[in-house]
Design a protein around this ligand. Structure first.
Ligand code: B1M
Length: 238
């Protein structure tokens, strides 16, 4: 087994057992050896948290074990974040995101943010347990292309609809694209809740966000071209 394979396997085990210092050291060692940050993330850290979830479901792990595993993973994310997210390029679009009210899970949301930033988005992170009024206020003041709601519990998914209703009430629904996601969310649920877009993971969320901004840009350009044509016609008449 190569050292890289060993590192992946050790990262999996130490994350599972919540050994934060070891996770940090192994992440640093992996990077020194030239391992791809995305490989560390998707082939070691995320699979380990998935195993944590399976053990929790079986009753082998409880909330404290989930919590320390999550903390260990977050230590690695701090190291990986700048390598994945910093492009230095001019923002291609604005994205407001938060975990819905009643829900304090944030690792998945933070990964979406890292990848969006990596793709050149300016992201406004509203954190966790975010009430509808905070989303409304952030959409009003930031005028983003997209607002994203993360929910990780079946009991908090209904907040999508509540948030969308709050946006409608504030007269902002038509000004912003709504994307939703989170482990228990499905395409079907997203549609019934009234969302415009659903993404199952961070990379698809990012790809979709780029398409949404691209489409908005194309619509803006078409509107501009129409306005120019109208002005031309008016001038000719005059
Ligand atoms: Co909790 N938890 N948890 N938890 N937790 C889950 C989610 C659970 C599936 C575990 C299980 O039973 N298998 C289960 C939910 C069951 C359900 O409702 N279907 C659960 C439960 C029940 C609970 C509590 C109720 C436990 C209790 O107290 N009895 C409690 C609730 C607290 C609350 O929020 N009110 C609770 C608490 C916790 C901790 C605090 C201990 C901790 C969270 C720490 C933290 O986030 N800072 C925790 C953890 C760590 C987990 C698991 C093990 C791991 C979550 C995670 O980070 N996954 C989780 C089990 C699991 O997911 N398998 C579990 C890795 C992450 C990268 O994936 O979050 O899916 P994910 O994010 C993905 C996609 O969903 C997507 O992209 C991300 C990256 O690819 N995505 C989006 C996310 N947001 C998106 C937004 C988008 C688009 C895509 O557009 C806007």
């Amino acid at each position: 087994m190569s050292r890289e394979q060993e590192i992946r396997s050790e990262l999996f085990d130490h994350t599972l057992n919540g050994h934060a210092p070891e996770v940090k050291a192994l992440t640093e060692e992996g990077l020194r050896l030239g391992m791809d940050p995305m490989d560390i993330l998707f082939k070691a850290l995320i699979p380990s948290l998935e195993e944590v979830g399976r053990r929790f479901e079986r009753g082998d792990f409880f909330v404290p074990e989930m919590l320390i595993a999550a903390r260990a993973m977050q230590g690695a994310l701090v190291i990986l974040r700048p390598l994945i997210a910093e492009t230095g390029a001019k923002p291609i679009g604005k994205y407001v995101i938060g975990t819905v009210k009643g829900d304090i899970h944030d690792i998945g949301k933070n990964l979406v943010i890292i990848m969006l930033e990596g793709a050149g988005f300016e992201v406004v992170d509203l954190g966790v347990n975010c009430p509808p009024e905070k989303f409304v206020e952030a959409v009003r003041s930031n005028d983003p292309h997209i607002v994203g709601f993360s929910a990780f519990l079946t009991t908090t998914m209904p907040m999508f609809k509540v948030n969308i209703e709050a946006l409608k009430k504030a007269g902002l629904r038509d000004k912003v694209a709504v994307m939703v996601g989170g482990a228990p969310v499905t395409e079907e649920y997203a549609r019934l809740a009234g969302a415009d877009h659903y993404a199952p993971d961070a990379s698809i969320a990012t790809r979709m966000a780029k398409q949404i901004v691209g489409a908005a840009q194309a619509a803006e350009n078409a509107a501009l071209a129409q306005a120019v044509e109208l002005i031309d016609k008016t001038l000719k008449k005059g």
